[in-house]
Ligand binder design. Structure first.
Ligand code: FEO
Length: 399
């Protein structure tokens, strides 16, 4: 058990062997699930719980932190199961524990603990909770990265509990940023984390930073990775988030062309589609991206930042390739509607890859280009010319 301040303890469940998080995100440096205990003179609050796979470790650490004391509140800054998977067990151990959560969080939580009768203390932006000589102040921060997200601030300790915001999937035995031994690896993990978790919600990131900027903060108690302290990574991480989320006014439309290719045939179509878009839209930034050659989180961020994009896939087993679906799994569903998208690809036997991807994108309310370019096996010169026409027509349709 480690103290952040004399009244704030951190319970850090370490998972150094995690290599995939939330099923889809690589975690090269493992992760930790951090939760906290705030000791007020009258009341005790827990902040966040833990992943259900680590229930025994979590309870062991919690016992070390609390001793015979019984917590009064459990504050959940959002309800994703890596921080709420132990809530049902906590309620069994502490039946009088009052859960403090945002209104949308209370609805999610009922289905996570499967208790319709769960009676939460619902808090909104600006509400406070009195622990005696400590206060918890709640700050609404929706879509960072769940709809129910909020921050919790303890002004007496100048400490903010940001849950996922500003965190990193990075597992060090030491809990604080001052103790990080491989700083370059930490920075890489922090950017990867931002790209994968926060980048789909850039306006919300900027709102969150503005709210933090109004506070006097010595510690940012994140739910993954090292705690950020003033004078070490706190200011730097906030500055990095500001840079990464900057609303750069683009003077040129961004129209990436993504593809994967088994034998170079979809690649050839991608090149000519790209050439067609460039010819018809010389004012646009149009680049080719082979899904196998790039970091998928970077490409997902690019896709979400784009004004339009084209996507090429072969067909294997009557479907698009897994890497195509992996890319599309990162679509920002909040801001994706009406995004112009064109789909193309080479196939050998039946060719379902292209229409399946187009159908999926339409279901996400994309503006799917009515033409679909499909070529059997190796593109002929005529097919390549058609690919260029396809790209040109797509560009003209979105200009
Ligand atoms: Fe770490 Fe969104 O949960």
């Amino acid at each position: 058990m480690i103290s952040v301040t004399p009244s704030i303890l951190v319970i850090s469940v370490l998972n150094p062997n995690a290599r995939v998080f939330d099923v889809i995100m690589r975690t090269e440096y493992g992760t930790s699930y951090n939760s906290y205990v705030v000791l007020g003179s009258e009341k005790i609050a827990l902040i966040e719980a833990a992943h259900p796979d680590f229930l025994d470790v979590y309870f062991a650490h919690l016992g070390d932190a609390l001793g015979d004391r019984v917590p009064d509140y459990l504050v959940l800054n959002h309800t994703e199961p890596d921080h709420t998977g132990t809530v049902a067990a906590l309620l069994e151990r502490y039946p009088d524990l009052k859960i403090v959560v945002s209104r949308p969080g209370s609805l999610f939580l009922k289905s996570i603990v499967n208790r319709d009768d769960l009676d939460c203390l619902i808090v909104g932006d600006g509400d406070t909770l009195d622990l005696g000589d400590k206060t918890l102040q709640f700050i609404s921060a929706p879509l960072l990265h769940w709809p129910d997200t909020m921050f919790t601030y303890c002004p007496e300790e100048r400490t903010i509990f940001t849950c996922d915001f500003l965190g990193a999937h990075f597992c060090e035995p030491e809990t604080f940023d001052t103790k990080v031994s491989h700083r370059a690896a930490y920075l890489s993990a922090a950017q990867h984390y931002f790209d994968g978790i926060m980048s789909p919600f850039m306006p919300s990131v900027r709102d969150g930073l503005e709210k933090l900027g109004a506070l006097d903060i010595d510690y940012a108690c994140v739910s993954h990775g090292p705690i950020l302290t003033r004078g070490c990574e706190l200011e730097r991480q906030i500055k990095r988030y500001a840079e990464w989320s900057a609303d750069v006014a683009r003077t040129r439309p961004l129209v990436p062309v993504f593809y994967c290719s088994a034998y170079g045939n979809t690649a050839a179509l991608a090149e000519r589609t790209c050439a067609g878009i460039r010819a018809a839209a010389p004012q646009a930034d149009v680049e080719l991206y082979d899904l196998i050659e790039y970091d998928l989180d970077e490409l997902r961020a690019l896709m979400n930042a784009s004004d339009a994009f084209a996507l090429g896939t072969p067909t294997i087993n009557r479907n698009a390739l897994p890497v195509v679906w992996e890319l599309l799994a990162g679509i920002d569903g909040v801001n994706f509607a009406k995004r112009p998208v064109a789909v193309f690809g080479s196939y050998g036997w039946s060719g379902e890859g292209v229409p399946r991807v187009a159908e999926h994108l339409a279901s996400l309310k994309a503006n799917v280009f009515e033409q679909q370019l499909r070529v059997k096996f190796v593109p002929t010169k005529s097919d390549l010319a058609s690919a260029e026409d396809f790209g040109r027509a797509f560009a003209e349709a979105i200009s």
